[in-house]
Design a protein around this ligand. Structure first.
Ligand code: GLY
Length: 397
């Protein structure tokens, strides 16, 4: 891949990209069964999720297991093939059990986990256990609401982790659809009120005046005053972590979808504008938007796949046909570039849809590897392109 490739969509064949994705997913069903791959590849190959002190290898813990599940549901919707439905159904119990047994629940990521691990199977199979698990996860997420700031604490045990008290992160925007869904299911306005309060704080503080975003932001846990922005996975506190900006595009657009609050649409547009203005020639962002072609830094293909979905979501809510077309074209260019240059097909034996993502550069974790969320959102972006009428799980109410 050179820095000078144009990122055009010339030979892009989404059906061929999907065909390859299904082959990889078929092989991974054989490899993993009802167990889960690790967050990221190692040497371009997903190993089994490692054992912990309490859990055997392949267990359902961490924030990324549902991105494998979500690939199965997308594959089922795209093909109607029973093997994907069966593999998805086989995971319903795992997610229901996880929330019942309170396994690794001290995280805002319950939205990622249970939108794909509970809401999606509920929508597609009407399995009550999937719905119950997702509702229980939403209730757990509600226990993370910190007053008086009205934010959802991102990490740590809200009752027992003072260092994380009052802190949230831009990624959390993607966890709010679970609250909207639960509130609609239960006809209870408290869930949506919590989501709107949280997203409003992010709109006002995590989104900076120059349209960049902080990765994380602290509020005073006693007074609720906004304190300071910092990074965790970006290059610097004042830089713009590429995946965070992509979560901003998608998450604010989804908040608009659930609320029709115009200020969230404006926030999504601002994130999108900055992201698109800071892309390299081939449209696949470096892991932090401070880096440009010639920097020698790794790209983050997962930022590109999240951003593509976010741009397509934003396009769905824009009224101006020319703007819709501009956003869809930008998203399609990114996905075309991913399909042409960044899939696991380039590395024999790889079981990833995409390679060349970055999980956490400052910690040296998953750098220039594939990752489960990059794969999921790549497949979601392809789904959105070939099926423009597909109903995203994140919009469910
Ligand atoms: N939500 C965690 C990440 O994007 O790395």
């Amino acid at each position: 891949m050179t820095d000078t490739d144009a990122g055009a969509t010339g030979d892009f064949a989404p059906d061929a990209a999907l065909h390859r994705a299904f082959e990889v997913i078929d092989a991974n069903i054989e490899t993993f069964g009802t167990r889960y791959p690790a967050d990221t590849t190692t040497g371009s190959v997903y190993p089994l999720r490692p054992a912990t002190a309490d859990l055997p290898a392949g267990s359902n813990y961490g924030w990324t297991t549902s991105f494998w599940t979500g690939q199965l549901w997308l594959a089922y919707q795209l093909t109607g093939a029973e093997r994907y439905r069966a593999a998805g159904v086989a995971q319903i119990d795992s997610f229901a059990h996880r929330v019942e047994a309170e396994i690794d629940l001290h995280t805002h990521d319950l939205g990622f986990l249970y939108t794909l691990g509970g809401v999606a199977p509920w929508l597609l199979t009407q399995d009550e256990r999937a719905r119950d698990g997702a509702l229980a996860a939403a209730d757990h997420l509600m226990t993370r609401v910190m007053q008086p700031a009205g934010i959802v604490q991102a990490w740590g045990d809200p009752a027992g982790d003072p260092a994380e008290r009052g802190r949230t992160i831009i990624d959390s925007l993607m966890n709010m659809p679970l609250l909207h869904w639960a509130g609609a299911q239960r006809d209870d306005p408290r869930y949506a009120r919590a989501a709107v309060a949280h997203v409003s704080q992010l709109r006002d503080h995590i989104l900076r005046p120059d349209d960049t975003t902080f990765h994380t932001f602290y509020w005073d846990p006693v007074t609720g005053e906004p304190l300071r922005g910092t990074t965790q996975q970006g290059y610097a506190d004042d830089s713009c972590w590429a995946r965070g900006q992509a979560w901003g595009v998608y998450g604010f657009a989804l908040s608009y979808c659930h609320t029709r609050d115009e200020s969230f649409l404006v926030a999504a547009r601002r994130c999108a504008r900055y992201y698109l203005d800071h892309l390299p020639a081939d449209q696949v962002a470096y892991w932090d938007l401070v880096f440009t072609d010639g920097s020698g830094q790794p790209r983050d293909t997962s930022a590109a796949s999240v951003a593509a979905c976010g741009l397509l979501e934003l396009a769905a809510w824009e009224q101006d046909p020319a703007e819709q077309q501009r956003l869809r074209a930008a998203a399609t260019r990114m996905v075309a570039s991913l399909a042409e240059h960044y899939t696991g097909a380039a590395v024999p034996g790889s079981n990833a849809l995409l390679l060349h993502g970055v999980y956490d550069w400052p910690s040296g974790v998953g750098v220039d590897e594939g990752n489960l969320w990059g794969d999921y959102y790549y497949l979601e972006a392809l789904t959105r392109i070939v099926r423009p009428d597909w109903a995203p799980y994140w919009r469910a109410a």
